[in-house]
Design a protein around this ligand. Sequence first.
Ligand code: LER
Ligand code: MN
Length: 274
Amino acid sequence: MPRLVKLSLMYAVTAEPVELELAVTGPPARIAGLALDNGFDGVEVSIDPQAVDKALQAGAELRRAGLEVSAVSTGLMYTLRGLSLSHPDSHERTRALEAFETMMGAAAKLESSIIVLGLARGRCVGSCRSSLERLKGSLEAIDRKAGELGLKVALEPINWYETDLLNTFKDAAELARERENVGLLYDVFHALLTEGDPYKTLLEYSSMVVHVHVADSNRGPPGSGIIEWERLGEILARIGYRGYATLEARRSSVPGGDEELVRRAGKVLRAALP
Ligand code: LER
Ligand code: MN
């Protein structure tokens, strides 16, 4: 029987080699093996805006290997290149918006329907209120473009240690409700931190969830912390979630490297998710 929730691996493509904690990197052939050997159906491609062509080539190679591109992730534009969708300087904000829109184009070319808006939002500069207003302006343009390309924007509530702009599901949902093509990204790790009860949160916002990220409470692979994966699986089945769950776990949390991380995660997720 086909799976209701498909699994993908977070895979980053960067212009120069960078060690990243939450994404696997390297040649597409290695990533394809890692994914297919462990029951994963796709990859979420996290794109460095300076490596869009490289990411398109890698994505195409992974698709030829039988994997889907579940989503395109955009956080590297901020963490590697300092491009923020809420930047106080309008010229810088336009540059960020252009980079984001280029990655939306890449998502469409790779036949993914999801573009992730996580850390690309930036942080509060000046007041959080003015930063949020600037982010809303960028989101208006992004929403329009998403409509043209047939994409859904997955707006991700992110915990306070990583950004001070837009942390809770309540605040993210308020923004998403104003926009036709914007939904929520349910990252169970962030939900645990910002909401306390990740199960109740998933039920409460179920109608708005367009994409899912998974890691355990310690951001290690599922099974290494206190998240109740079977309970989460039951809720995903009950709410009728039919999208992807992307593994976004700390690579250094497992001594055996990427292979061991993905193997452990695949085993637990395949057993627990519908
Ligand atoms: C970062 O913590 C995260 O969860 C990413 O998905 C944000 O882009
Ligand atoms: Mn995430």
